[in-house]
Design a protein around this ligand. Structure first.
Ligand code: 3YE
Length: 206
């Protein structure tokens, strides 16, 4: 979500929002596995507490991004995972991995894309004097923060905002937008078209 050690770090709350959503009887999603690239993080505990399998694939133990991604891929296959939500995951994924899982990888970013790509998006919004920001859930394309947009939620930027207060407001928006996007994809209401653009199943958009 945000850099560790900063007051902005809010461990595993997006994951928790997805877990709560998938628990609802009306949900089309089933969370079968949580993978973390960092040992000991709260997200692993949240998974275990919810009765979800949890695995660590520590990027520091791999000599290359390709080997790290190949291991993630192997674990996803082992659990017959159909789609992946990146929540607080801060690693750039390699081209071959993104290609193989094209249309199956969702990421959440703390701005209204295509504004404020990259790290520190909340601070970028403040520095730009934006009056509105928010969050975006998008399909992962090889170019970071550039994939097709699935869902967005806007929040106001207040004159008195600090990076911390704006980040907290955006985080609340994330906890709404990510479950919505997960449902849209899990239910088949939305998918990624062959041209890299979003496809809505007939009148599903609302
Ligand atoms: N990979 C691709 N496309 C995407 N990963 C994420 C989204 C996304 C993706 O749209 N190909 C910034 C990460 C940005 C960064 O430089 N990360 C470092 C590691 C930093 C750390 O471990 O804390 C790196 O070397 O990868 C997920 C969000 C990525 C956020």
């Amino acid at each position: 979500v945000q850099g560790e050690g900063s007051t902005l770090f809010c461990p595993g709350t997006n994951l928790q929002a997805l877990i709560e959503q998938a628990k609802l009887p009306s949900s089309s999603a089933e969370i079968v596995l949580v993978i973390s690239n960092r040992p000991g993080v709260l997200g692993l505990k949240r998974a275990t507490l919810a009765g979800i399998q949890a695995r660590v694939v520590d990027h520091k133990l791999y000599g290359s991004r390709a080997e790290f991604d190949a291991t993630i891929d192997r674990v996803l296959e082992e659990f017959q995972v159909e789609a992946v939500c990146l929540a607080g995951f801060m690693r750039i994924l390699t081209g071959p991995f993104v290609k193989k899982w094209n249309g199956k990888l969702l990421n959440i970013h703390p701005s209204l894309l295509p504004s404020f790509k990259g790290v520190n998006a909340q601070n970028q919004a403040l520095q730009a004097g934006a009056r509105i920001s928010g969050c975006t859930v998008h399909f992962v394309a090889e170019e970071v923060d550039s994939g097709a947009i699935i869902a967005q939620e806007a929040v106001p930027v207040e004159a008195s905002d600090t990076e911390e207060t704006l980040s907290e407001r955006i985080r609340q928006a994330e906890h709404k937008a990510f479950p919505i996007a997960m449902e849209l994809v899990a239910s088949g209401a939305v998918c990624l078209g062959p041209d890299g653009r979003i496809v809505w199943k007939h009148s599903a958009r609302n």
